[in-house]
Design a protein around this ligand. Sequence first.
Ligand code: HPA
Length: 257
Amino acid sequence: MNRVTIKPAIIAGSGLLSMPGLVIDDTLLVDTRWGQPSGPVYCGRLRGVEVLFIARHGDTHAIAPHKVNYRANIAALKQVGATHLLAFNAVGGICADCDVGSLIVADQIIDYTWGREQTYYDGEEGRVEHIDFTSPYDEALRQVLITAADSAGVTIISQGVYGATQGPRLESAAEITRMERDGCDIVGMTGMPEVALAREKMLPYASLSLVVNPAAGKASGPIGMAEIEQVIVERIPVVCDILSHACALVSEQARAS
Ligand code: HPA
């Protein structure tokens, strides 16, 4: 019999400040050894499944990507019992297939960020460990997202390389050309160090990315915020549908095992 309570957590990014359909039972203000998380951890039920929810940029979207306390967010979720982390990221599209509105479940990441607190193993606790990061995302949880999209009748791109940039500014066209040469398919500002910290805490982590704009230089002219808003309004319901199917699947799979 499985005695571990399965509790998937959603880490929501830009465009997703609350989860439609989430019946909130508890609002948890969690303190961690690494400081305060971005906001409360909401504990509730989605399609009858117990889930946790946190807004990565805070409930009013006031925390810039380079200022997010990623260590506190992941530690807080672990402290309140999260067993699986499902992240949502808004991204720019680099590869030819990554049109605006596409959804991608990345399988690799390249880190271009700098100056962020990116590890729990900084030696301050008398211990340094080097985690394996060959496959940054949890493959079983990636497959859950892919199956969830299929169940929701949504076409997605089932692999790709996420390039994590520092922000908060968008990139120059030359930076995107370099990232494309490096093999990046999408670009966002929050993929790292989040996924690495999840691995350090031994929490399975997968991410669903929504392309909200062509990356710099991939369309004529500058990137327009109004267009980004429009894509978010149109596609967030689909994102939520996939995420809630994914939470249900995680719970079903645990019950069946
Ligand atoms: N670059 C980086 N992060 C992003 C972008 C982008 O073009 N779009 C949404 N998040």
